[in-house]
Design a protein. Structure first.
Length: 396
């Protein structure tokens, strides 16, 4: 190997981003330290306003994490023990975990082959089947996930939800700012259902320096209820109407997120540029033509919308995925697998009675997906290096 080939491409490099915004962040942290106000307060209220404006929702409620945002949303909708909520088996654990934590039943539905988001056709089929069993299965909600930063097909999902009288809670943890060309105009992830949930986990497109999340909604009633549930269900000081929890967002996180929000649009655009570079480099290799690599679908790209995909992850599909993953690691390229095992095959959900083969599209995706490095600070040179190494692997 010659000298100039010694490039490394970490899967994610948060230090690179921090070095660019260090002074802004330090200034903000010091100003919050001076107030000694750490739980909710003006910094959280300001972030809520800014996020609501950015996403185009009427209300935004800061919460302790994306997971807690999903949980408190379902609590506010009064999802009860024994009731059912539908979601995808190809998502981060929390999406289904919160359903089960309320003693409700996660009902999985397979995904679309191209986008890996909930398939409206399969959802329709499932709903028709379930309708016959409504006496035993009380269907209440659908939780679509906007996986990797691209919105699920919300028009179809909302239409089905309406005809079956179900609430839609969007898991927009990976998709802040992602736009969807709905029949009613362009809408953003998290603003189309009764509510939607963002995550500020450090690795997300807008990441804090610890945990955090936000619930978006256009319903004043729901917003008020979630605000109360976030502080144990407190209506007035020490007066409780329902049982909530401690789902507060820290002022320090809110302050840090406010600083980073100022950069978000630029970072989103950069992620799209990097995705285009990957696309181009892959097309220039023989890997696409030979059917070896499948690129991420960007199905809204032709619409005149800016954030058709926010590329929280740039995920290719390949055979021999695990060996490629290892080969890239040996060559200084970090990659990741979201997700290696679909939720219906997790031990903790064994009691739901699913088996291998129930959701073939999700199961196949779990074996083929590989997330490549994508973050605003990456260089074109690094992108080309990644594609070069993938090409070299399949040429061997
Ligand atoms: C990150 C994530 C969550 C959970 O968010 P946290 O802030 O980590 O609790 C939920 N759903 C999806 C799809 C996620 O990617």
């Amino acid at each position: 190997m010659n000298q100039e080939e010694k490039i490394t491409v970490p899967f994610l490099d948060l230090k690179a981003q921090f070095s660019l915004i260090k002074s802004e962040i330090e200034e903000k942290i010091n100003s919050i330290l001076a107030t000694q106000l750490f739980a909710l307060g003006p910094e959280v209220a300001a972030l809520e306003e800014e996020i609501a404006a950015y996403c185009g929702s009427k209300y935004a409620i800061g919460v302790s994490s994306g997971t807690d945002g999903l949980l408190v949303s379902l609590m506010a909708l009064e999802l009860k023990p024994g009731e059912t909520a539908i979601t995808t088996p190809f998502t981060f654990f929390a999406t289904a975990g919160v359903i089960a934590r309320l003693q409700a039943k996660p009902l999985f539905c397979d995904i679309d082959e191209e986008t890996l988001n909930l398939s409206p056709e399969k959802l329709h089929h499932l709903l028709k089947e379930m309708k016959k069993k409504t006496r035993t299965l009380k269907l209440r909600a659908i939780i679509p996930v906007h996986l990797y930063g691209q919105c699920a097909d919300m028009d179809s999902i909302l239409e089905l939800a309406q005809s079956f009288d179900l609430a839609v809670v969007e898991d927009a943890a990976q998709a802040i700012g992602a736009e969807y060309p709905s029949r009613a105009g362009v809408k953003q992830a998290g603003t189309m259902g009764i509510c939607g949930v963002l995550s500020f986990y450090p690795t997300k497109n807008l990441g804090g320096y610890g945990d955090g999340g936000m619930v978006l909604t256009n319903s004043q009633k729901l917003a008020q209820k979630i605000r109360r549930l976030r502080v144990h269900g407190e209506k007035k000081r020490y007066i409780y109407e329902f049982i909530g929890g401690n789902f507060r967002l820290d002022a320090l996180q809110a302050g840090i997120l406010r600083v980073k929000l100022r950069h978000l649009e630029k970072w989103q655009a950069r992620r799209q540029d990097l995705a285009s570079l990957y696309d181009r480099a892959f097309h220039e290799s023989e890997l696409i033509k030979r059917g070896i690599v499948r690129l991420p679908a960007a199905i809204y790209k032709n619409e005149k919308i800016k954030n058709y995909h926010t590329y929280h992850q740039y995920v290719i599909r390949v055979k021999k995925r695990d060996r490629l993953h290892l080969y890239l690691k040996e060559n200084g390229v970090g990659t990741a697998i979201f997700y290696p095992r679909p939720l219906h095959l997790q031990k903790c959900f064994h009691y739901l009675g699913y088996k291998r083969g129930d959701f073939p599209v999700a199961e196949k995706a779990a074996q083929e997906v590989l997330a490549l490095p994508i973050y605003p600070e990456l260089t074109a040179e690094q992108i080309f290096y990644v594609v070069e190494k993938i090409t070299a692997f399949f040429r061997r």
